[in-house]
Design a protein around this ligand. Structure first.
Ligand code: SF4
Length: 347
């Protein structure tokens, strides 16, 4: 029986591509790549689809390799910080290695011609395949009839007549096809890549600028909480809900934790160079987001390593929030006014 390796993402297109190939009595082994730049979504849905339609899914963690291409993509970025061409090349290289390992015949991918301006043009798709060393081995079932014939078609493994000619960003043909396959459960299209989101990218650029040695944990933290840049070597993260507070607490080994006892309060985490002044600023921010925000002074609990103590601080003003927050619209560089505010409040 012929065998294909599929790139299985969190979208409808890759799922449909697999179903099209399964319909031709070809065995499919799907690869789901994990990176720190995906919206969190339940992998359970992918496994449910796989079980329902009869194919296997293998998870491959690409985090470390992916961070490297995000920092320095050979083929540049898309509209934001999305290195789509390098990303597809990396995934296809991984798929190629797996294809050789399990002696599969070809690779399938859910790309639709013209759906994305950067990586889904005909000549770019061909370049990506060539660069990844899989020229003519990648079949894109949804747009195959608009593309060059591939090796599995030439060899008669795949019937080209049963493939499609979808083009562009309309989702209607895919929705129709999903109905035909009775594919009701598939991951929501709201997921996707954080590298295409300006606000997330703003945080990521801040991290790369001030922390060239940033690790996976630093990158994972970017998706939770409100982020504040206190100094080039110190940042403050404040949870927005119970789940984020718990996640921040679980990372307390790496920094200093701040919270307001006795009131509804977020948990704040300080990372980097934690000076006394930075601690007081973090405490004031934490107080501001707590239920004690209307008090003129708030007792804020600090946990720094084995030390526990309380700082009495006023809740932060709008001005300090706006000036320190790492956020696209509200961001402004530390103004002298803000520095003055920090001095008069805390020193
Ligand atoms: S949007 Fe993100 S995941 Fe998708 S190809 Fe581009 S970099 Fe890769």
């Amino acid at each position: 029986m012929a065998k294909a390796v599929a790139l299985f993402s969190d979208g409808l297109d890759s799922t449909l591509s697999i179903l099209i190939i399964l319909k031709q009595n070809i065995e499919v082994k799907a690869l789901k790549f994990l990176t720190p730049f995906e919206h969190t979504f339940s992998l359970e849905v992918l496994f449910l689809i796989a079980e329902k339609f009869g194919f296997e899914v293998k998870l491959i963690d690409l985090s470390e390799k992916f961070i490297e291409i995000v920092k320095k993509p050979k083929f540049g970025y898309g509209k934001n910080m999305n290195p789509c061409i390098d990303c597809r090349i990396l995934m296809l290289k991984e798929a190629k290695a797996f294809m050789e390992d399990i002696m599969a015949d070809f690779i399938i991918s859910g790309e639709v011609l013209g759906q994305r301006p950067m990586s889904q043009r005909k000549n770019i798709l061909y370049c990506i395949d060539k660069e990844a060393g899989v020229k003519d081995y990648v079949l894109r079932p949804l747009s195959a009839k608009l593309l060059r014939i591939t090796i599995p078609e030439v060899r008669g493994i795949v019937d080209r007549d049963m493939l499609f000619d979808f083009r562009g960003s309309s989702r209607k043909p895919q929705m129709r096809l999903a109905k035909e396959f009775v594919l009701k459960e598939y991951p929501a299209p709201a997921g996707g890549c954080l590298l295409t989101e300006p606000n997330y990218v703003y945080r990521l650029k801040d991290l790369f600028t001030y922390n060239s040695g940033s690790n996976l944990e630093d990158i994972r933290l970017l998706r939770i909480g409100r982020h504040f840049r206190y100094s080039p070597s110190c940042k403050i993260i404040i949870g927005r809900d119970k789940d984020e507070n718990e996640e921040i607490c679980s990372l307390s080994d790496h920094g200093c934790l701040v919270t307001v006892e006795g009131y509804g309060s977020p948990t704040a985490l300080l990372l980097g160079d934690v000076t006394d002044e930075a601690l007081r600023v973090a405490a004031s921010l934490c107080a501001r987001y707590s239920d004690a925000k209307n008090l003129s002074e708030v007792d804020v609990s600090i946990k720094k390593g084995d030390d526990r103590f309380v700082l009495k601080v006023p809740p932060a003003t709008n001005e300090i929030i706006e000036n320190l927050r790492i956020e696209l619209k509200a961001h402004a560089k530390n103004s002298s006014k803000t520095k003055k505010w920090i001095k008069s409040s805390f020193l």
